[in-house]
Ligand binder design. Structure first.
Ligand code: URP
Ligand code: ZN
Ligand code: ZN
Length: 472
C-alpha cells in the first residue's frame, strides 16, 4: 500500500551490564533497524512491537562492537600472500567480537594509490562480513601519489595512511619523502600510522647474524632489538613534530619505544601509541621452540621480554597506550613459515590473532587485574573510533550509534585451541593458553551475525566506512 513503510526490525538486549569507556551499568539496549535507539535501566518489553527479538543478557557483559585498528587481510608480502581472505578473516573477527576492521592497504612500490584502493575495496566489499576501512600504505611519494591520495581523502573519506620505517628496499620511504608526506597529512587532516624501526640498522644486523651462521628463528629478535625500535619511534616523532603531523605508532612492543614516545609528547609531538596482542601475552622464548616451531612467532617488531609486556599493560592502564590491535598477519606454518628454514630473514613476518584479541585482553588484562572493563573497551573500541574518525557512529553503546553490540560471557573458561578458530590459518599461536570469557552473540548494525559463538552471517554484509578528517 503506498505510503506504508515496513517497520524496521527491533531487538531488545535485556538485563546485561553495559560497558562503555566511561564505566559500566546495568541497562537494557533497544535497537531499531541498524541503530541503537534507547539505553535505559529497565525497558518495558510489553510496550515494544510484538515481533521484537529479545536477547537475554543477564549475567553477561554488553560491549560496543570491537574495532581492530591494525589488520592485514589481503597482504602480498615477503614473496607470498597472507593466509586469510576477507571471507575467512571477517568470519573469525566477528566470532571474536570484532565488528569493524581497519586494514592496511599494502601496495608495491610502483602501484598507484587509486588502483590499490580499488583493488582492496573490491575484495573487501565482495566478502567481508565486518564493516571495514583502510589505512593506505604510502610506499611511493611523487606528484601522482599526492594527487591521488588527496582524491581518496576527498571522495572516499580515506583519512589515514601508513608508512614503514622498516623493510628496507621494499616498503620504506626516504626521509625527504616522509617529511613531505607528513606535511601533506598535517594540511589534509590525515593521521599517519607508522611501523617504527631503523631499517638500515635492521639490514645491518641481519647481514651480520647470518654471516655468523645464526640462521634460526631465535635470531629474529636480536636482529631488531628494542633500541632499533626506540630509534624508529624517536625518528618518526621528530618528523611529526617538525611538520605538525598527527602520528600513530603501530605495534609498539617495548618499554624503550614507549619511553621515546612519552619524551616526544613532552616535547610537543602529537603522537599516539598502539600495542597489539601478541606483544602483550607472548614473549621471545616462543621463537626458541624446537623443530622450527619458533617460526610461528616471528613478527616485527619481535616478541620481547616479560618486562616489556608489563610496560605495555601499565601504559594501557594509564592510557598512555591508546589502543590494542592485533596486527593480524597470518602465514601458514606448513607451507609459508617454512620458507625461512635456511635463514630467519625469509620467514614471512606475522602472527594471526583476529579472533583471539578480545578473549586475550579479557583473560590476561581484566581477569589478571591489569585493566578495568572500561579501559578494555576504550583500548579495543572507543579510542580506535575516536582516533580514526568513526566516533560516535562506532565505539560506544549510545542512542544514535550503529547497533554493533557484543554479548559476552565473562565466566566461560577453557583454553585457546586451533580447532575453535574460524579463520584460515593452520595454527593458533596461543594454543593451550588459558582462556577466560567468550563472545556469545554479536550484532552488526542490528543484525545478529554471531550466535553461540559461531559466525552465521554470510560473506559480503560488511560496509565500507568513510571517515572524518582530523581537526586537531
Ligand atoms: O610482522 C608483521 N608485523 N607483519 C605484518 C607487516 C607489518 O609489519 O605490520
Ligand atoms: Zn608493521
Ligand atoms: Zn602490520
Amino acid at each position: 500500500m503506498p505510503g506504508l513503510m515496513p517497520r524496521p526490525r527491533t531487538c531488545l538486549i535485556r538485563g546485561g551490564a553495559v560497558v562503555n569507556a566511561d564505566g559500566e551499568r546495568r541497562a537494557d539496549v533497544l535497537v531499531e533497524g541498524e541503530t541503537i535507539v534507547l539505553v535505559e535501566a529497565e525497558l518495558d518489553a510489553r510496550a515494544l512491537p510484538p515481533n521484537t527479538r529479545v536477547i537475554d543478557a543477564s549475567g553477561k557483559l554488553v560491549f560496543p562492537g570491537f574495532i581492530d585498528p591494525h589488520v592485514h587481510v589481503h597482504l602480498p608480502f615477503m614473496g607470498t600472500n597472507a593466509a586469510d581472505d576477507h571471507d575467512s578473516a571477517s568470519r573469525a573477527a566477528l566470532a571474536g567480537g570484532t565488528t569493524t576492521i581497519i586494514e592496511m592497504i599494502c601496495p608495491g612500490p610502483k602501484d598507484e594509490p587509486l588502483a590499490s584502493f580499488e583493488e582492496w575495496h573490491t575484495r573487501a566489499a565482495a566478502s567481508s562480513r565486518c564493516d571495514f576501512a583502510f589505512h593506505q600504505a604510502v610506499v611511493r611519494w611523487d606528484d601522482l601519489a599526492k594527487s591521488q591520495l588527496r582524491e581518496l581523502v576527498d571522495t572516499q573519506g580515506q583519512t589515514s595512511v601508513k608508512v614503514f620505517l622498516a623493510y628496507k628496499g621494499a616498503l620504506d620511504l626516504p626521509d625527504a619523502q616522509l617529511l613531505e608526506l607528513l606535511d601533506f597529512s598535517a594540511q589534509e587532516g590525515v593521521i599517519v600510522t607508522a611501523h617504527c624501526e631503523n631499517a638500515d640498522a635492521v639490514a645491518y644486523m641481519q647481514a651480520r647474524l647470518l654471516a655468523e651462521g645464526k640462521t634460526g628463528p631465535e635470531w629474529h629478535e636480536p636482529s631488531r632489538p628494542t633500541c632499533v625500535e626506540a630509534d624508529g619511534v624517536q625518528h618518526f616523532a621528530t618528523c611529526c613534530q617538525l611538520t605538525g603531523a598527527h602520528g600513530y605508532v603501530v605495534h609498539t612492543s617495548c618499554r624503550a619505544a614507549l619511553e621515546q614516545a612519552a619524551r616526544a609528547r613532552k616535547r610537543g609531538a602529537n603522537i599516539q601509541v598502539e600495542c597489539v596482542v601478541p606483544h602483550l601475552v607472548l614473549d621471545d622464548s616462543c621463537t626458541h621452540r624446537p623443530n622450527f616451531e619458533g617460526a610461528k612467532f616471528v613478527m616485527s617488531p619481535p616478541l620481547r621480554t616479560f618486562a616489556d609486556q608489563q610496560a605495555l599493560w601499565e601504559g594501557l592502564a594509564s592510557r598512555e597506550v591508546a589502543t590494542i590491535g592485533t596486527d593480524h598477519a597470518p602465514f601458514h606454518f606448513a607451507t609459508q613459515k617454512v620458507m625461512g628454514r635456511e635463514r630467519f630473514t625469509a620467514i614471512p613476518n606475522g602472527i594471526g590473532s583476529i579472533q583471539e584479541r578480545i578473549d586475550l585482553v579479557h583473560t590476561y588484562g581484566v581477569c589478571a587485574g591489569r585493566l578495568t572493563y572500561a579501559a578494555m573497551v576504550d583500548a579495543c573500541s572507543t579510542q580506535v573510533a575516536r582516533t580514526f574518525g568513526l566516533f560516535p557512529r562506532k565505539g560506544t553503546i549510545a542512542p544514535g550509534s550503529d547497533a554493533d553490540i557484543v554479548v559476552y560471557d565473562p565466566a566461560r573458561r577453557g583454553t585457546f585451541r586451533h580447532a575453535d578458530n574460524q579463520g584460515a590459518l593452520d595454527y593458533c599461536a596461543y594454543e593451550g593458553m588459558e582462556r577466560i570469557g567468550a563472545t556469545e552473540t554479536v550484532l552488526r548494525r542490528g543484525e545478529v551475525v554471531v550466535e553461540h559463538g559461531r559466525t552465521i552471517a554470510p560473506p559480503g554484509g560488511g560496509r565500507y566506512l568513510r571517515r572524518e578528517r582530523r581537526t586537531s
